[in-house]
Design a protein around this ligand. Structure first.
Ligand SMILES: CC(C)(COP(=O)(O)OP(=O)(O)OC[C@H]1O[C@@H](n2cnc3c(N)ncnc32)[C@H](O)[C@@H]1OP(=O)(O)O)[C@@H](O)C(=O)NCCC(=O)NCCS
Length: 379
């Protein structure tokens, strides 16, 4: 084969590498479905617990199945003592680095650690779903010199996550918005972190390894980091009247507007609208409507770019919701990870079902046939 015969797919854009029965995405029309259920219905009618069950088991649960699943999740929230010690040792790390390290360490404590069967991977995924929020908030408190807050045994997943931040029971509105956010983030096809998790699972490594790698992939600003950057941008803009100039300045310097654009969606990301309403209501209720006005002014300034398929994505509105809930900016990406554990888990299970080593090719462009020169003879 000559190099002329090679068709490069940089970034694997547009390449199908396997089949999946979990999440359907139509990027042109802006449609997202988990297991055949439209995200619009799930965001409005379902809960994170129910959606996680749906993703993992393929069907919506009966009330009894949901009660049992919920009880199992609540029962898995505690962390081994040693994880707190590890978090204390790395208390100055970025929360994503701390999370990645703690998830990796948890592999050694998991009762199913030597078992890669689907049943064991489901159990490990359930434990990680509950342990990841505990890690994020334990690190958050430890780095502030405080003791971690014991998880609630009664609050739902979203409520417990917020509760473990400061020990205060969150408002129903805050809890509902966080729950919706987790539903919206639960899975999203072969995005960079899920693909990374599949690459690791493709070697027959285990779920903890796959999710550790997924967390590393998620930490970058082109993937999970955008919500953090949007909040930064909103702060820099300061008031809605400044938004148009700010955006123009970014674009004329060929910089990207965070929270816009998507590799797959060329229509509006169907998840974004669900959070848009949340920002509007929450910012008004908290007497800080300027945040919503700033975001809408950025959307207006970006209108000409919708013709090029650049629309708001899920991260655009998420950051302000977190901010208004008093969550520090560097916890925004970990929140994404908290929501995504069911998605990574089911994708690893799918990968294991018909496993194949994922090993593409690189077109070599370097020098060839060079003669080794002993070090003494090099000029
Ligand atoms: C998500 C993202 C990496 C997808 O990028 P992609 O599919 O690789 O698309 P490309 O990087 O090839 O961009 C295609 C064109 O759109 C432009 N573009 C894409 N996203 C843009 C953005 N957020 N702001 C301004 N221009 C953007 C690019 O500059 C490029 O223009 P060009 O053809 O003139 O060079 C990209 O849109 C981005 O960086 N967005 C901001 C970060 C973000 O919000 N990430 C969260 C995703 S959920």
């Amino acid at each position: 084969m000559t190099t002329d015969d090679i068709t490069l797919h940089r970034g694997l854009a547009g390449v199908y590498f396997d089949r999946s029965a979990t999440t359907f995405i139509d990027g042109k029309e802006g449609v997202l479905e988990y297991r055949g259920y439209n995200i619009d219905e799930l965001a409005e009618l379902s809960t994170f617990e129910e959606t996680a069950y749906l993703l993992i088991h393929g069907e919506l649960p009966t009330q009894t199945q949901l009660d049992n699943y919920d009880a199992d999740l609540k029962g898995a929230r505690e962390l081994p003592e040693q994880i707190f010690d590890i978090l204390a040792l790395i208390k100055d790390s970025h929360p994503m680095d701390a999370l990645r390290t703690a998830v990796s360490a948890l592999a050694g404590f998991d009762p199913d650690r030597n078992d890669n069967s689907a049943e064991a991977t489901i159990r490990k995924g359930l434990r990680l779903t509950s342990q990841v929020p505990s890690i994020v908030m334990a690190h958050h408190n430890i780095r502030a010199g405080k003791d971690p807050i014991k998880p609630s045994t009664t609050l739902n997943h979203a409520g417990n996550f917020l509760y473990m931040m400061d020990g205060k029971e969150p408002s129903a509105q805050a809890m509902n918005l966080m729950d919706k956010d987790f539903v919206l983030h639960a899975d999203h096809g072969s995005n960079a972190s899920a693909f990374t998790a599949r690459v690791v699972a493709g070697t027959a490594a285990d779920l903890h390894g796959a999710i550790t790698a997924g967390i590393a992939a998620l930490s970058g600003p082109s993937h999970g980091g955008a919500a953090e950057n949007v909040m930064q941008m909103a702060r820099e803009i300061g008031k809605a009247e400044n938004a148009a100039d700010y955006v123009q300045d970014l674009l004329s310097n060929r910089k990207r507007v965070m929270g816009f654009g998507h590799r797959v969606y060329k229509a509006e990301d169907p998840r974004a609208g669900h959070l848009r309403e949340g920002v509007k209501d929450l910012s008004e209720e908290m007497g800080q409507p300027e945040w919503y006005r700033i975001l809408e002014a950025v959307v207006d300034a970006m209108k000409p770019y919708t013709r090029r398929g650049i629309h708001v994505n899920v991260d655009f509105f998420a950051g302000v919701i977190y901010y208004l809930n008093g969550i520090p900016q560097d916890l925004f990406v970990p929140i994404f990870a908290v929501g995504r554990i069911p998605g990574w888990t089911i994708q690893v299970i799918e990968q294991f079902e018909h496993n194949i080593l994922i090993r593409p090719l690189l077109q070599y462009t370097g020098k060839r046939n060079r003669k080794y020169v002993p070090i003494a003879e090099r000029g």
